[in-house]
Design a protein around this ligand. Structure first.
Ligand code: M1P
Length: 250
């Protein structure tokens, strides 16, 4: 038996509901809204901000239909299109440490030679700093080239290790969020953060679906949390097949 009152399905976005940084297919969107949402409560939890999540869901009018939208790992919470709560990374880390991280990252990235570099190497969000060696303003083609180069040369892994070494002893996490960047946030501000926002609802089961569930990935903590039933997926198609099984959908 499934029920909207007692069961919550939480979904990562990139690689789980959509291809990385792309918009959800019409077919999968229809499936989620018409087949999944009537059966269970649904929440989205992503490292991205509200603007990107809404865009990837096909618009804010679609994002509003889900019960919860947890942005920046749930440190920013939206319901029905309205911001409910948020936290500030500078308040938590302090201006001094925030600047040291940014300065170290810019210095490190300035020495990298990549197939291409574009703009916006540091994206400062409310509760997270996103560091991007290729530049967030890159085209899909430059993104794809970087992904190949990174797989071969481990650019982000080495960058993350250098950051961890430099800031050892500070309460900061450096995680490989998506394909081209590194997410920086205080300890505890990983995706498990969103679980405190649903405590009051006393769901009997909270399922989490994500594709970055191994150590260092940004789904790892919530996937392994004792409060969730974790499902590792490999693509949006894989997620859809799993949902059909879990919810007995033809
Ligand atoms: O999948 C979530 C990640 O999406 C983006 O990652 P990238 O651009 O590197 O593929 C970023 O918004 C990142 O912060 C986020 O965790």
């Amino acid at each position: 038996m499934t029920s909207r009152k007692s069961i919550l399905y939480l979904f990562d976005v990139d690689g789980t509901l959509t291809k990385p940084r792309q918009v959800i297919t019409d077919d999968f969107k229809k499936f989620l809204l018409e087949k999944v949402l009537p059966k269970v409560s649904v929440g989205l939890v992503s490292g991205s901000d509200y603007c990107k999540i809404s865009e990837q869901m096909g618009g804010e009018d679609v994002a509003c239909k889900f019960d919860y939208v947890f942005c920046e790992n749930g440190v920013m919470q939206y319901r029905a299109g309205k911001e409910i709560s948020s936290e500030s990374i500078t308040t938590r880390l302090g201006e001094n440490l925030t600047q040291r991280i940014i300065n170290f990252a810019l210095n490190y990235m300035s020495k990298l030679e990549l197939p291409a570099k574009r703009g916006t190497f540091v994206e400062f969000r409310s509760s997270m700093i996103n560091l991007c060696p290729v530049g967030r303003s890159c085209s899909q083609q430059v993104r794809d080239e970087f992904v190949k180069f990174d797989t071969e040369h481990k650019i982000r892994q080495k960058f993350t290790e250098a950051l961890q070494k430099e800031f050892a002893g500070h309460d900061v996490i450096f995680a490989l969020g998506g394909q081209i960047s590194v997410d920086v946030f205080p300890v505890g501000w990983d995706k498990t953060f969103c679980l405190k926002h649903v405590e009051a609802q006393k769901f009997d089961e909270i399922h989490f679906f994500g594709d970055k569930t191994t150590p260092g990935g940004n789904d790892y903590e919530i996937f392994n949390d004792s409060r969730t039933i974790g499902h590792a997926v490999t693509s949006p198609d894989d997620t859809k097949q799993l949902l059909k099984k879990c919810l007995n959908i033809e």
